[in-house]
Design a protein. Structure first.
Length: 144
């Protein structure tokens, strides 16, 4: 009779380990640098949500990060320089540039700011010098 509580405890532990403690999706290294450090990593986000893509500089800092859904870029994609400062930020909808666009100088100050609609620049785009001073604006017409 003393084995019955132990047996029940083992069954309960097995059940919890196999069902109640599901391990979240792990990063999948799809490419590595010669050093063995990750160069590109994918994380599945779940059914219909796509996969997060991260590419790394050889120094281990993130180079590019964004989401792919059905083989297309979706949402905001960010790129970074080797020192970790932002390089660009582009928004996509089904693989087409749609929404804000930004890029930065190596000093970290804005370089270009604008909007895309249907993959084309629209509205007022601003171009800045590496000192942060506005150098030029250019107006793009709305697409037909």
């Amino acid at each position: 009779m003393a084995l019955r509580p132990l047996f029940k405890a083992c069954i309960a532990a097995f059940f919890l380990l196999t069902t109640g403690c599901a391990v979240p999706e792990q990063d999948k290294v799809v490419e590595s640098w010669p050093s063995g450090a990750p160069k590109e990593v994918h994380v599945e986000l779940g059914e219909g949500k796509g996969r997060e893509i991260k590419r790394f500089h050889e120094n281990g800092r993130v180079h590019l990060q964004g989401t792919m859904v059905d083989g297309h870029r979706e949402g905001t994609w960010n790129t970074y320089r080797e020192d970790g400062l932002p390089w660009s930020q582009v928004t996509y909808s089904t693989g087409v540039k749609e929404g804000p666009f930004r890029s930065w100088h190596t000093t970290g100050v804005p370089h270009v700011e604008g909007q895309h609609v249907g993959g084309k620049p629209v509205g007022t785009w601003r171009f800045y010098g590496d000192d942060g001073q506005l150098l030029e604006t250019k107006d793009y017409p709305a697409p037909n």
